[in-house]
Design a protein around this ligand. Structure first.
Ligand SMILES: [Cu+2]
Length: 485
């Protein structure tokens, strides 16, 4: 699986990306069509450039700046190091990851290593850092030696502009290797970072109105690695690992692959106890799923995001955009008939948190509606308050295990995300039996609740929990946690 020689597919991906990089700035969007281009349809899925650690260290610079290719066009969208997604950062557990973030956009930004179990302090995964336009900041992340190997991602987390900056293109994959190897029969190991955005005819990213922010904006253009409906080719008998990252600001991805059941290997960077066959895999914004895809017969099969009802915003009428099924990519399988390799029976799932529950807490996510100057506005609160970085909302003694019930009194789902400390879902109001998996984003159903077990057994420091409909987070649906010694 990891450390294997570069596959044919990955090699092609790198070549594809190189070609794209050369073309940046060569032709203007203005010479193209007004509507978002579909001219990358039918093209091979490219892989973002991979920056991998050596001898225990990965030292990289990430420059956030405008000007990237998206959907086969030069645009004024943003990227890291000139691409959207930014480079894939690939480390091993126990490594040191150093990132110099350079800000060449016209607003403050910072960096969040989504899902990594690392220190939130100082120059670690610290959401309170501000990197001013023209400035830079040196992050240092020590990946623990027992970190689950898997699929994570990075994106800005500067309160107030998180949704705008991700919608504009700032995101990249972050992979952790090493540890127990499940011996997967994988021929290709692919990142599928899904984002959505809306571009105008000049290739500028469109700004949402307040109603769209209240619903959680969904872009017109749904992209995989910055490409519109790319093609993933496979030879019969292949087994491909697809690391699907939902990098959309608000859109829930209810994934389905035509003609196939999906074999899920991992959720949020942690292996399941065993491969699970599913008709559909639902990813809230921020969630990741590792899938094993084994085409059984030749043909073209669409990877679809089925419609998903996130609820409505109540008095304002209408729910989020009722986006019909969206085609994300096409699997093109060919070659002489061959039997796909068999799967391992078990996977190295991290053990569930044990220990006495020291404290139970109840958190309430709520939405309020109002009118201001004839325009609808919303308040998005946790426990009746909007975000204040200087206030400690929860103080938790280090080395304890807690049980949190997150209640949602609103008519919309809100994906709950806690930085640094992954949790286990114990129960939800839907009655669907919990998976018991370690994860870092969970959908809290409209007018429902989820119950979580959270081990705070290491990493003291302050961080945040929030709604991962990032427009809601920017509107105040975020709070702080201080884990103290
Ligand atoms: Cu929300």
């Amino acid at each position: 699986m990891t450390g294997a020689p570069i596959s044919r597919r990955r090699a092609l991906g790198l070549i594809g990306l190189g070609t794209a990089s050369v073309a940046v700035g060569a032709t203007g969007w203005a010479t193209g069509l007004g509507a978002p281009s579909r001219d990358t349809s039918g093209r091979d899925l490219a892989q973002p450039r991979v920056l991998a650690s050596r001898d225990g260290v990965l030292d990289v610079s990430l420059t956030a700046a405008p000007g990237v290719r998206l959907a086969g066009r030069d645009t004024l969208a943003w990227g890291y190091n000139g691409t959207c997604p930014g480079p894939t950062l690939r480390v091993r557990r126990g490594d040191l990851l150093r990132v110099r973030l350079i800000n060449h956009i016209d607003q403050p930004t910072n960096l969040h290593t989504h899902g990594l179990h690392v220190s939130p302090r100082g120059n670690g995964d610290n959401p309170f850092v501000t990197v001013a336009p023209g400035g830079s900041f040196g992050y240092v992340y020590r990946i623990p030696a027992d970190h689950p190997p898997g699929t994570f991602w990075y994106h800005p987390h500067h309160h107030g502009t998180v949704a705008d900056q991700i919608f504009a293109g700032l995101a990249g994959a972050l992979l952790v290797d090493g540890g127990p190897d499940p011996d997967l029969p994988v021929t290709d190991d692919l990142v599928l970072l899904v984002t959505d955005t809306t571009l105008d005819g000049a290739g500028r990213v469109a700004a949402p109105n307040m109603t769209a922010r209240m619903m959680g904006r969904e872009g017109d253009l749904v992209l995989v690695n910055g490409q519109h409906q790319p093609v993933i080719t496979a030879t019969l008998g292949d087994a491909q690992r697809w690391r699907v990252i939902n990098g959309c600001v608000s859109r829930v991805l209810a994934l389905r692959l035509e003609g196939h059941r999906l074999t899920q290997l991992a959720l949020d960077g942690a292996f399941l106890p065993a491969p699970a066959e599913r008709d559909q895999v639902v990813l809230a914004p921020g969630n990741r799923a590792d899938l094993l895809v084994r085409p059984v017969r030749g043909g073209r099969y669409t990877l679809v995001a089925d419609p998903y009802d996130r609820g409505s915003i109540g008095m304002m009428g209408g729910g989020p955009p009722a986006s019909g099924p969206v085609a994300l990519a096409t699997l093109e399988a060919s070659g002489p008939a061959a039997t796909p390799p068999s799967l391992p029976v078990t996977l190295p799932a991290p053990s569930a948190p044990q220990g006495r529950v020291a404290r139970q807490r109840r958190l309430t996510f709520a939405m309020g509606m109002g009118m201001m100057g004839g325009t609808g506005t919303g308040t998005f609160t946790i426990d009746g308050r909007t975000f204040d970085p200087d206030r400690d909302d929860q103080t938790v003694p280090l080395d304890t295990v807690e049980e949190w019930t997150v209640v949602n009194t609103s008519p919309m789902d809100h994906p709950f995300h806690l930085h640094v400390w992954p949790f286990q879902v114990l129960a939800t109001s839907t009655g669907v039996p919990p998976t018991g998996l370690r994860q870092d984003v969970v959908l809290v159903p409209a007018r429902g609740w989820v119950r979580l077990r959270i081990p705070f057994t290491d990493y003291p420091g302050r961080s945040v929990y929030h709604c991962h409909v990032l427009d809601h987070e920017d509107l105040g649906m975020m709070a702080t946690i201080n884990v103290h010694q």
